[in-house]
Every structure is written in C-alpha cells, then in structure tokens.
Design a protein around this ligand. Structure first.
Ligand SMILES: [Fe+2]
Ligand SMILES: [Fe+2]
Length: 134
C-alpha cells in the first residue's frame, strides 16, 4: 500500500502542505517496512516519528488558526486531540513489542484514513477562510 500525494490534498499554504506531505511520506515508510517484514520495534520507531510529527503539525496548525482568528479553532483543536488519542492507542502495542509480524498491513488502512481524513475532512473546511487572509 502506498499513498500517492496529489494536488487534491493541497490546501495552498506551503508550510501546511509540506507538513501533510511529510506525514504521508512517514506513513509510506511504515507501509513499506511492514510489507518488508520489519520487526515490531522497527515499526514502532517509525510510528513514534509519525506521532511526534503529527503532534508538531497540529500545534503549528492551531497557532496558525489562532493567529487568523479562525472561529472554528476550538472544535478543530478538539478534533486534533481525539485524533492523537486514537493514534496513541493504536501505536501502544508496537511500543510494548506485543505485535507480531503483519505483512498484510491490514493496519495500514487505519493510518491512511486517520491522516487523509484529517486533511480532507478536518482541514479543508478552513481553506476558504484562510485563502482570503494569507
Ligand atoms: Fe493539518
Ligand atoms: Fe487539522
């Protein structure tokens, strides 16, 4: 499984799009490592990198929305918190070393939906607002 980055995911704010693209790259690293049969520890390291990058991204995005007085900021930040929580629960078995090899990557779908859902369903609604200001 590979997520192809396309313009359909582009919001139009370079730092934001770069962040999203970098997050897609990390997931693709994870998918490749899973299919290559890397061990749980190696997969956990990639997922930790993804989690930290996503946390940084959410913080930066919230600061941006705050700077431009976006009225949906509170709800958006709450969505970030819920997403990060779901991710944390998902990652834990990898960090605990409890997961055996899973070369079918049936877990990949969860991660792809989490990130692409964030971009398309959560971030796209603020695009028209920011476009008038930035
Ligand atoms: Fe985002
Ligand atoms: Fe967001």
């Amino acid at each position: 499984m590979v997520i192809e980055w396309t313009d359909a995911y582009r919001i139009g704010i370079p730092r934001l799009d770069d962040d999203h693209r970098a997050l897609v790259d990390i997931l693709n690293d994870f998918f490749r490592a899973t299919e290559d049969g890397e061990d749980t520890r190696a997969l956990g390291i990639i997922l930790e990198r993804f989690e930290h990058s996503l946390e940084d991204h959410c913080r930066w995005e919230e600061a941006l929305l705050d700077r431009y007085n976006y009225e949906g900021l509170m709800a958006h930040a709450e969505g970030h918190r819920r997403m990060l929580q779901r991710l944390h629960v998902f990652i834990q078995p990898y960090l605990d070393g409890h997961l055996l090899h899973d070369q079918t990557c049936d877990k990949c779908e969860f991660l792809a939906n989490l990130l692409l859902g964030h971009i398309r369903d959560d971030d796209f609604p603020f695009k028209p607002y920011l476009m008038t200001l930035v």
